[in-house]
Design a protein around this ligand. Structure first.
Ligand code: AMP
Ligand code: ZN
Length: 116
């Protein structure tokens, strides 16, 4: 828990969110500014700033996130989805707590500008 981190505060319930999934390792909620009809954020329940900091000690959280995304998409009958991780400022990371965007509900193109 990082006391200055937005997503740590959301996990702790200090800031409200529209939760879609939670287990021991993973918290998932609706993105406040969706860019697709389905736009969820999956975050580890430990503060990892970004993908660069994934290591043998914490990579279990990443595996659990991918398991959770498979479970949620199955439960919600989401046939196709895109998983996005922005790592670093130039890549578009705006919240420095590792998160994976799950995007679905529309036909998506492929390429740098195709996510919006
Ligand atoms: P990124 O730009 O990859 O770091 O993604 C951060 C995401 O967090 C953006 O898509 C924001 O819309 C989303 N976001 C920021 N604040 C909140 C919040 N309070 N609740 C839900 N999503 C948020
Ligand atoms: Zn955090």
């Amino acid at each position: 828990m990082d006391k200055d981190c937005l997503f740590c505060k959301i996990i702790a319930g200090e800031i409200p969110s529209a939760k879609v999934y939670e287990d021991e390792f993973v918290f998932a909620f609706k993105d406040i500014n969706p860019i697709a009809p389905v736009h969820y954020l999956f975050v580890p329940k430990t503060h990892i700033c970004c993908a660069k900091k994934i290591n043998p000690e914490n990579s279990q959280y990443v595996a659990k996130i991918f398991e959770a995304m498979a479970e949620v998409s199955k439960q919600e009958n989401i046939e196709s989805y895109r998983i996005v991780n922005n790592c670093g400022e130039d890549a578009g990371q705006s919240v420095m707590h590792l998160h994976f965007h799950l995007l679905a509900g529309k036909k998506m193109g492929w390429g740098e500008q195709s996510l919006g």
